[in-house]
Design a protein around this ligand. Structure first.
Ligand SMILES: NC(=O)C1=CN([C@@H]2O[C@H](COP(=O)(O)OP(=O)(O)OC[C@H]3O[C@@H](n4cnc5c(N)ncnc54)[C@H](OP(=O)(O)O)[C@@H]3O)[C@@H](O)[C@H]2O)C=CC1
Ligand SMILES: O=C1OC[C@@H](O)[C@H](O)[C@H]1O
Length: 390
């Protein structure tokens, strides 16, 4: 369902930017430069920037000058560049948004920091934990802001979900289960099938690990109990699907059993029905209830948090499109996860306290968890850039 969800997000973003333009920009808005002409750009940065008064769509770079020009004209960027390096050389760019394939995240984020830019970097942070640590050190040394674009965590629904879990009234957490699948399958030739570009279902659908760690407020698993990959027919290093079980130690010092499932080629039900209802979600079982966050990845389109009492079977439903424990009065019901994320990123750059943040340390722990699952499954870690091992 992931691809359909992505298409719905494009439609949602296009409509909301059109209905709610930012109007006048601030006197000196932050100038954004986008590295690549990726499909995700429109939803993840372009439309959010259109509705943010303090952000200007300044430049877009592509490996191909004509592509960059076409995208600049289509989306109203002031400048286009025929190489990523040219954009980084432009002193007017304040923030670089990087949407290259995963395997190039490290290299371009590193170079962007070196060029003195703040960086909003697409998920997954890097190809593996070695790169994540090196990149974090570079960010610290540069004094610039770097963040993995885990947009879902910025939505008020995510904050409400965690508030419910932290409440304590439902008892201890016993187990979690998170899933993300794609029907129809991710098209052949896509970057997600390419090992050299750090593809794989767990890499792309890294959300399942993020949902789990966020729910448990956990670092890395104490142990990966099992990890079973269904391999791509074209490349045995690529996990078309991954199913893993982990043991996490909570802050309260007890173990929670967590399972995750990712699938880039999910079979249709009874071979004829695409599983359109199977949205990226996470279920948490506590002593007295199950708490199910449906469509945790793109809650702006639709979501619910269902709390089911195990004794009575009674379910109550909650939704949170605006406000909540972290945003309070900031935000609009039509804001997407990406729009909330941009609000926080700009706040951070401007020296204000953001409502939410994904720390680089958290991204390291996220990549360490992914590495451990790959190791347990017998698959190789995604390749490390030469610069990260220098
Ligand atoms: N936050 C979210 O919701 C989402 C995040 N993502 C993440 O964003 C990134 C991009 O995903 P997506 O939009 O699907 O990607 P696309 O395949 O649509 O675009 C990737 C872009 O990267 C550039 N590129 C540079 N080197 C290569 C190469 N060797 N092969 C192919 N492309 C290259 C190309 O731009 P050019 O030719 O202009 O240089 C290309 O358009 C990924 O890291 C993905 O995980 C993806 C979807 C959703
Ligand atoms: O981050 C993502 O979100 C939407 C999905 O369709 C996509 O595969 C993934 O990269």
């Amino acid at each position: 369902m992931a691809l359909t969800l992505q298409a719905l997000t494009f439609a949602h973003q296009f409509t909301t930017s059109w209905l709610h333009p930012a109007g006048k920009k601030t006197d000196r808005p932050l100038h954004i430069g986008v590295l690549s002409s990726a499909t995700i750009n429109a939803a993840a940065i372009i439309h959010p920037a259109e509705t943010h008064a303090d952000v200007l769509l300044y430049g877009i770079a592509s490996r191909d000058a004509r592509t960059a020009r076409t995208h600049a004209q289509a989306y109203g960027f002031l400048k286009s560049y025929g190489s990523y390096d040219e954009l980084l050389e432009d002193p007017v760019v304040d923030i670089v948004y990087i949407s290259t394939p995963n395997g190039l995240h490290f290299e371009w984020a590193y170079k962007s920091l070196e060029a003195g830019k703040h960086v909003l970097l697409e998920k997954p942070f890097t190809s593996n934990a070695t790169e994540a640590k090196k990149l974090t050190a570079k960010a610290e040394q540069s004094g610039k802001i770097l963040m993995e674009a885990f947009h879902w965590q910025f939505h008020p629904a995510a904050h409400r979900f965690r508030q419910i879990l932290e409440d304590g009234r439902y008892g201890k957490i016993l187990s979690t289960h998170a899933l993300m699948t794609s029907t129809p399958e991710v098209p052949s030739g896509d970057i997600r099938w390419q090992y050299d570009l750090a593809g794989g279902s767990l890499m792309d659908m890294t959300y399942v690990v993020s949902f789990t760690r966020y729910a448990l407020q956990a670092g890395t698993p104490k142990e990966v109990l099992s990890a079973k990959a269904r391999l791509s027919k074209h490349d045995p290093r690529i996990d078309e699907a991954m199913e893993a079980a982990m043991l996490f130690r909570t802050k309260e010092d007890y173990d929670v059993h967590s399972t995750v499932y990712t699938d880039m080629a999910r079979g249709w039900k009874l071979y004829i029905i695409p599983r359109l209802w199977e949205l990226p979600s996470v279920k948490v079982e506590t002593e007295t209830t199950t708490i199910y966050f449906y469509n945790a990845m793109m809650p702006h389109i639709y979501h619910y948090i269902a709390i089911t009492d195990k004794a009575t079977g009674r379910t109550t439903y909650e939704k949170q499109y605006k406000g909540g424990p972290q945003w309070k009065d900031t935000g609009e019901t039509y804001w997407s996860t990406y729009r909330y994320q941009l609000e926080a990123f700009v706040d951070k750059v401007r020296g204000r306290e953001p409502a939410h943040w994904v720390t680089n340390q958290d991204s390291i722990l996220q990549m360490e968890t992914i590495d451990e699952v790959y190791k347990k499954s017998g698959l190789p870690l995604r390749p490390t850039s030469l610069r990260a091992v220098e």
